[in-house]
Write a protein that binds this ligand. Structure first.
Ligand code: 6PG
Length: 252
């Protein structure tokens, strides 16, 4: 429970440590509940984590038949489009492992945003057979404006506190997205924020040190009610963090 900061000397070690943590958490979920439900982050940061997971020695440590993959958000483009988060995961992970097609639950970026959001919410409801999806693991990136998934500051999506998903137009990007909402993200057992590189150091410091979570910085609203938030950082991303900050774990 709570929040933990894990800092590594460089992105390569952050990627390895995150992959190791994910593999262990997948195994623990399967051992405890018979399967693991994981939601994946989009963007660039997680690419190497997915390709590492698809490679030796990690690939053979995962029981792919009992792992179900979802996405934290998706760009509203066809699955083969270069901007598609599904395509990114397909290229780095899905094409290299034996995961059953029925275990891969993408957001349909090729249909209208509201329809895609509704379909995805229905899918979550059916899969979790309950009224509140609880993921075992959620991977999240963080944007320099404090967005996470596609919960962008100033959009209606950050106001959603009941529905599991939201279709959101992002003026700054002039694009539509579909995203999981805070109720789902904060119901997870383990949330891993992934940040690497100097360009993230300011937002990482701002979010970690914020006194009061604010929708102006949506990532600050991530606080799993009955789960743990792990910050997986390389040294560049955490260069502004007070080295004496509590719960900073330096495994190097
Ligand atoms: C997306 C992501 C988004 C991403 C952040 C960080 O679809 O782009 O869901 O929230 O995680 O923008 O992106 P980078 O990892 O590329 O910096």
């Amino acid at each position: 429970m709570g929040k933990k900061i894990h800092a590594y000397p460089n992105k390569e070690q952050m990627v390895t440590a995150t992959t190791e943590r994910v593999v262990n958490e997948i195994g623990q979920a399967i051992q405890e509940r018979g399967l693991c439900n994981m939601a994946l982050a989009g963007g660039n940061t997680p690419r190497e984590i997915y390709s590492t997971l698809a490679d030796d020695p990690y690939r053979d440590r995962v029981d792919w038949d009992r792992l179900h993959l979802f996405w934290g958000d998706e760009r509203m483009v066809p699955p083969e489009h270069e901007d598609s988060n599904f395509r990114m995961v397909k290229e780095t992970l899905l094409d290299h492992v034996r995961i059953p097609d029925g275990n891969v639950h993408r957001i349909r970026g090729e249909v209208a945003p509201e329809q895609a959001a509704h379909e995805y919410a229905e899918l979550l409801h059916d899969h979790f057979e309950s009224d509140s999806p609880r993921f075992d693991i959620i991977l999240l990136g963080i944007g320099e404006d404090g967005h996470t998934a596609s919960l962008f500051p100033g959009t209606d999506a950050v106001e959603e506190c009941k529905l599991y998903t939201a279709a959101v137009f992002v003026p700054r990007l002039d694009t539509w997205r579909v995203t999981l909402t805070f109720p789902v993200l904060n119901a997870a057992r383990e949330v891993l924020f992934l940040a690497a590189g100097k360009s993230k150091s300011d937002i990482v410091q701002r979010i970690i040190s914020i006194k009061q979570p604010s929708k102006e910085f949506p990532a600050s609203m991530i606080n799993p009610e009955n789960g743990t938030l792990h910050w997986m950082l390389d040294s560049e991303a955490m260069v502004l963090i007070n080295k004496n900050a509590r719960e900073v774990m330096f495994p190097f």
